[in-house]
Design a protein around this ligand. Structure first.
Ligand SMILES: O=C(O)CCCC[C@@H]1SC[C@@H]2NC(=O)N[C@@H]21
Length: 277
């Protein structure tokens, strides 16, 4: 994978933004790859105690959850993956993708985006539209999970001439950022540094104590708290009220038969009476 023509510039800016935390990461910024998740899963870098980050200017086969493609537009998107090794004694991976969502939400808030919300398991929404997505994939080995690859795609701008999937409203950082007039939007390096700066301490908390200490921060940003939702799984659809998440990060759905734990599926808001035609 050839380095990005601006790799040197990007990495210098990242070091400046991250300060002392830069030593916790090994960062490669390439011009193109199929998918940053696939590249790290297929050839995991040797363990040197750091979190390995791969950023791509362009992905030719970016992947989303449930086998969907992930569209991105060169410098109008930030696409990267971070390979994090489970330290000995770390909790089971459940909950990790919610931790990644929380880190991303906090980073966007720190950059000046108001009203960031999380849609279980880990879409980042602003005003109900998707700003960023996360795909966490696990690297098994020797009878346990060795590492997780946390892949993140953030829309920085939406090019005028693109066809967006009509089913999901989509937004971009330049549309939702609140900053003084004339202030330039943050660069890709600044956005990446903000995310890594939030991710690192949250991964430390997760390694030591799992999801429980982060649950309430996630729930404060729950896009569908107490709202009627549909959850589409591989073979069925569940409906109920979204009652938050449990200590393992499973979604809690209040139905006529009590509260049910949901481990996988796509959540959408269920139109209420009077909505639509
Ligand atoms: O919302 C989703 O379905 C998840 C999208 C995840 C996209 C990112 S972009 C960087 C990394 N590489 C991939 O192929 N996918 C993730």
């Amino acid at each position: 994978m050839p380095a990005s023509p601006q790799a040197g510039e990007h990495l210098a800016a990242l070091c400046a933004h991250l300060g002392g935390l830069a030593n916790a990461f090994e960062i490669r910024w390439v011009a193109e790859c199929a998918s940053t998740n696939s590249a790290l899963l297929d050839a995991p870098p040797a363990d040197d105690g750091r979190v390995h980050v791969l950023v791509a200017d362009r992905q030719s086969a970016g992947r989303g959850r449930r086998g969907r493609p992930w569209l991105s537009w060169d410098d109008a998107s930030l696409t990267f993956s971070a390979l994090w090794r489970f330290p000995p004694g770390a909790p089971a991976p459940a909950g990790l993708s919610l931790v990644a969502g929380l880190a991303l939400a906090r980073a966007l808030e720190r950059l000046g985006v108001p009203g960031v919300q999380l849609k279980w398991p880990n879409d980042v929404l602003v005003h109900g539209a998707k700003l960023a997505g996360i795909l966490v994939e696990l690297l098994p080995g020797r009878g346990r999970t060795l590492a997780a690859v946390i892949g993140i795609g953030i829309n920085l701008r939406l090019p005028a001439d693109i066809d967006l999937p009509a089913a999901i409203p989509v937004t971009a950082l330049d549309r939702v950022l609140e900053q003084p007039p004339g202030h330039p939007p943050p660069t890709r390096s600044a956005v990446l540094a903000a995310v890594l700066g939030e991710l690192h301490p949250l991964l430390d908390i997760f390694a030591a104590a799992g999801f429980p200490p982060l649950r309430s921060a996630w729930q404060q940003r729950n896009a569908f708290a107490d709202l009627p939702v549909c959850i589409s799984g591989e073979n069925d659809t569940l409906t109920g009220l979204c009652a938050g998440v449990d200590v393992d990060g499973a979604l809690l759905l209040r139905t006529g038969h009590g509260v049910q734990r949901v481990l996988a599926g796509d959540v959408s808001l269920r139109p209420g009476p009077g909505a639509g035609a």
